[in-house]
Write a protein that binds this ligand. Structure first.
Ligand SMILES: Nc1nc2c(ncn2[C@@H]2O[C@H](COP(=O)(O)OP(=O)(O)OP(=O)(O)O)[C@@H](O)[C@H]2O)c(=O)[nH]1
Ligand SMILES: [Mg+2]
Length: 303
């Protein structure tokens, strides 16, 4: 690539923000992790896994792409937590130079349509049709694209698989082509703006989500009580907050067996992410009503 304005062959550097939005469970976070090559954003089979804006940086010689993963956009109304999640999702799209709307290759739904309608119209928007590895009948994909493009126009439509990585490189190339010219914003080896503490809490929440399935009350959260950074070791003390005694028993499991498994798996993931040893101790406490109260939501890190 050369710079048309400079009259020289100096290569152009591009840099910009790329928002990843969509209804819950379509694979937005799996896509971010695939793009960056690290588990930055937690994923699970349950909808509404992501609760925060997660930033992931991909630096190439000629471009820096700053991806923003967001909570799945809620079309059903709900309490304070849902309101905060939707605000985050919309903010992410508004802050970006380019928007990627992700849908699931199995079919276009009313919830997808609702998302498509709130996307900005003054910047490029791509449609990513994800999970094509799970779609046997490719004619379905054609039908989906027709339905989607009847709602609004998309600057690119990219069928891919975040799980296998198929066509993800193509998506990156298409994104780079749409980004504004500019210097890198993050250092070349930065991959996120979140703290180690934040990732520790998120990985614990992922294990809870995955291990407890529907048994886990939606309104549970994780707080880090103490985080010590030592040479080649992190010591982490964290608490799982639930709303009722019965929920506490579920999270603990028989003889504390479940919480122990949660702690072990979260520790292994955190060690992989930080490339260091981790000591992790987990507690469970009952604190009722936190998810209905915007002030406590802020205190627990929901913006
Ligand atoms: N078969 C298949 N499954 C996928 C693919 N991408 C994601 N999934 C699965 O879809 C489920 C949801 O993935 P997430 O990445 O957590 O989805 P999300 O859109 O971030 O969900 P929320 O954060 O809840 O809005 C998980 O079980 C993923 O493993 C894919 O390309 N193929
Ligand atoms: Mg997610």
């Amino acid at each position: 690539m050369s710079d048309p304005d400079s009259g020289t062959d100096a290569p152009v550097h591009r840099c910009g923000y790329v928002a990843i939005v969509g209804r819950p469970n379509v694979g937005k976070s799996t896509l971010l992790n695939r793009l960056i090559g690290q588990k930055l954003s937690i994923t699970s089979r349950r909808p509404q896994t992501t609760r925060h804006r997660i930033l992931g940086v991909l630096s190439h010689a000629q471009a820096q792409l700053i991806f923003l993963d967001s909570p799945g956009y809620q079309t059903r109304s709900g309490g304070a937590l849902n309101r905060v999640l939707n605000r985050t999702a919309q903010q992410v799209a508004q802050d970006a130079d380019l928007v990627i709307m992700v849908c699931d290759g199995s079919g276009w739904t009313a919830a997808d349509e609702a998302v498509a309608r709130v996307l900005p119209s003054d910047r490029p928007v791509f449609l990513v049709v994800n999970k094509v590895d799970a779609v046997r009948d490719k004619a379905r994909l054609m039908a989906l694209v027709q339905q989607a493009t009847a709602v609004r126009s998309f600057d690119e439509v990219v069928p891919l698989s975040a799980r296998t990585g198929r066509q993800v490189d193509l998506l990156v190339d298409l994104c780079v082509a749409r980004l504004p010219q500019g210097e890198a914003i993050f250092a070349e080896d930065d991959i996120t703006d979140r703290s180690e503490r934040f990732h520790a809490a998120e990985l614990i929440r992922e294990k809870l989500f995955r291990m407890l399935g529907d048994e886990l009350p939606y309104s549970s959260t994780v707080v880090i009580d103490k985080y010590e950074e030592l040479p080649k070791l992190r010591r982490v003390f964290a608490t799982v907050l639930v709303e009722r005694d019965a929920q506490k028993a579920i999270v603990l499991g028989k003889g504390g067996e479940r919480i122990k498994r949660v702690a072990t798996e979260a520790r292994l993931d955190l060690e992989r992410l930080l490339d260091t040893k981790v000591y992790l101790e987990l507690f469970v406490k009952v604190r009722s009503g936190w998810a209905d109260d915007e002030q406590s939501l802020r205190a627990y890190g929901y913006e």
